[in-house]
Write a protein that binds this ligand. Structure first.
Ligand code: ADP
Ligand code: ZN
Length: 602
């Protein structure tokens, strides 16, 4: 069998994606490889295809115990002899895997890096023919990366200890050059064939919304527009997760939650509910995600700003892994910067100057009116056009207004209140003074005697809130994290005393329908009725077999099936994502669904 036959027979694909073939060829010819591809780019095939063609067993090192089981289940259901060894298994299961490995019945063996510290395992490996060691999430070897795992450092010694040096193949979605160098160095890669594919994810739509102090309402309306879809809402803190989750539940959304404060059992349960499509929305901190491989996540909404663009792109990138159009929306509020600063200064390694720099780039992303995709790509050193045409900023129209006068009023009010009281107060009290609300608290403090009292009586509350947000976003005001008091920022003096102008850009949503988004590999589904019938069948089978639905077929495969309407087994094999074993296993069932649909449509 050759590589294309393996690709078709086991994985159901007709062609390699850019980069995949180069890496497969390199591994087959005995060269080390380093594959840098974005999430969803198709890294796994780069070692799975060679594993089927090389003699002996390919060892796959992956940090994600929770993923292994699903990955192996997916491979087995495609007819690939794969297995895993990890601490979640009972003794009997582990014994069976050991036996199968001894009898050369396993082509792909998944283990966590910690396994390389187990002497008996090392003995077993030394007795087998290991032609390839594939290192998934290889950035875990680097202290410069996000998810350093000390046990990854053992991999090079392990490889060196084998009787014959296997091909070492490393894969990651992390783009920074420093991490790439670190991977090559610490894994001791020998003159690796390196492929860096574009980091762009054309099927993802990026947007930043600035709802000011009305984030919760903004979130609700975003979710209401996506009622039947599955997605993740990321929050910065556990308490925010609890609050948001409760609110969504009260509004009747199908929602669950995940953060490090929950028991392991509850985390597992909630993750499964989401993974198995029993719950549509996952509200989580950044603790959630490394362990999931759900391909039909159709939106990722950030309720708070993450601390850098690496984290943002990684988290947002969990949307649309099936290649279908998906949305990545960040709800930015000025308070987010303060929260991120606090989280950074509390980091395990203490305050981190690099972290502050990276935070700046993240804040820029939230404030820019340039192309959002372009911002991300240039951050990762990738080429990109000026305007992508498919992000919120490229599709929005902007209008700029001169707000120097209201800015002066607000800043002087903040200053005068402070002069009168001897301390700074929060935004709500400032708003009350400016609007001349005459509340008991304002009067009790004597603030109704100030010359700025009632100065902005005519300005609607919403407008005033937008001014405050803008001034904060531009650094003329800042919110002190601990007491959330509003103080003048570094730029305030220029506006108050040196006549500097302030302008506010606001985005006007375009009235016309947005252009059709680019999709990858996904034919336009011709008939929604057939597609939902196919999905229902997939759900039924998934329940029956106790696996997540995408293990049976991906959304992309079902969409292609709906478009091709196969009537025979041969036609069924033409569907993208359908290999020989899956056709044998599920062909008749799905063909029956197509036939029944066709009969009812006639
Ligand atoms: P990664 O590990 O890089 O995040 P995966 O290996 O999980 O990505 O692949 C992502 C998706 O792309 C999977 O659904 C897979 O079936 C699909 N895919 C990978 N290679 C191809 C290909 N050559 N043709 C069509 N689909 C592919
Ligand atoms: Zn753009």
């Amino acid at each position: 069998m050759d590589k294309l036959a393996v690709l078709k027979q086991y994985f159901g694909h007709d062609a390699f994606r850019p980069g995949q073939e180069t890496l497969v060829d390199a591994a087959l010819s005995g060269r080390d490889v380093l594959g840098i591809m974005p999430t969803g780019g198709g890294k796994s095939l780069c070692y799975q295809v060679p594993a089927m063609l090389l003699p002996g067993v390919t060892l796959v090192i992956s940090p994600l115990i929770s993923l292994m089981k699903d990955q192996v289940a997916a491979l087995r259901s495609a007819g690939v002899p794969a297995a895993f060894l990890n601490s979640s298994q009972d003794l009997e299961e582990a014994r069976q895997v050991w036996g199968a490995v001894r009898r050369d019945r396993v082509r792909l063996l998944y283990v966590a890096p910690e396994r390389l510290e187990n002497a008996r395992f090392l003995e077993l490996m030394a007795s087998r023919e290991i032609r390839m060691v594939a290192v998934d999430e290889a950035h875990c070897i680097s202290q410069w990366g996000q998810d350093f795992r000390p046990s990854y450092l053992k991999i090079a010694d392990f490889v060196a200890s084998l009787p014959r040096r296997p091909v070492v193949a490393a894969f990651t979605a992390t783009a920074t050059a420093r991490v790439q160098e670190d991977i090559a160095l610490r894994l001791d890669l020998r003159d690796p064939v390196r492929v860096v594919t574009g980091f762009d994810r054309p099927n993802l739509f990026f947007d930043v919304r600035r709802p000011g102090r009305r984030k919760a309402a903004a979130l609700l309306s975003l979710l209401a527009e996506r009622r039947d879809r599955s997605g993740i809402v990321y929050c910065a803190t556990r308490s925010a997760v609890e609050r948001v989750c409760e609110e969504l539940e009260a509004q009747g959304f199908s929602v669950t939650r995940y953060h490090a404060g929950l028991s392991e059992e509850e985390r597992r349960e909630n993750q499964d509910d989401f993974q198995f499509d029993r719950k549509q929305i996952m509200v989580a901190t950044n603790a959630f995600g490394m362990g999931i491989d759900k391909s039909n996540v159709s939106f990722v909404i950030h309720y708070n700003m993450p601390k850098n663009l690496e984290s943002y792109y990684q988290e947002a990138g969990r949307a649309g892994r099936d290649g279908e159009a998906a949305d990545c929306i960040l709800l930015y509020g000025p308070g987010d910067v303060a929260t991120a600063r606090v989280l950074l200064s509390r980091g395990d390694e203490g305050p981190d100057p690099q972290g502050m720099e990276r935070l700046e780039a993240m804040v820029d992303y939230c404030k820019t009116d340039e192309c959002l995709r372009g911002r991300i790509l240039s951050y990762f050193g990738q080429p990109h056009p000026d305007r992508c045409g498919s992000c919120g900023n490229c599709q929005g129209l902007f209008s700029a207004a001169d707000i120097t006068v209201p800015a002066q009023m607000i800043l002087s009010c903040v200053k005068r209140v402070r002069d009168k009281l001897g301390y700074y107060v929060g935004a709500s009290l400032i708003v009350q003074v400016l609007r001349g609300s005459g509340s008991r608290r304002v009067r009790a403090l004597g603030l109704d005697e100030l010359s700025t009292y009632g100065l902005m009586r005519e300005v609607p509350r919403e407008q005033l809130a937008a001014y405050l947000d803008c001034l904060e976003a531009k650094g003329y005001l800042c919110t002190e994290a601990e007491h959330s008091t509003l103080r003048p920022g570094p730029g305030a003096g220029g506006v108050l005393f040196r006549g500097e102008r302030v302008s506010m850009t606001s985005r006007v949503e375009r009235q016309t329908a947005p252009p059709v988004r680019k999709q990858r590999d996904v034919p336009v589904a011709t008939d929604e009725g057939l597609l939902s019938a196919l999905k229902a069948e997939r759900t039924r089978l998934a329940r029956q077999e106790g696996v997540p639905p995408y293990i049976i077929f991906s959304n992309a495969a079902l969409a292609d099936m709906a478009a091709k309407e196969p009537r025979t087994m041969e036609e069924f094999l033409e569907v993208s994502g359908v290999g020989r074993v899956k056709a044998q296993r599920y062909g008749e069932t799905f063909l029956a669904v197509v036939a029944a649909w066709a009969a009812s449509a006639e």
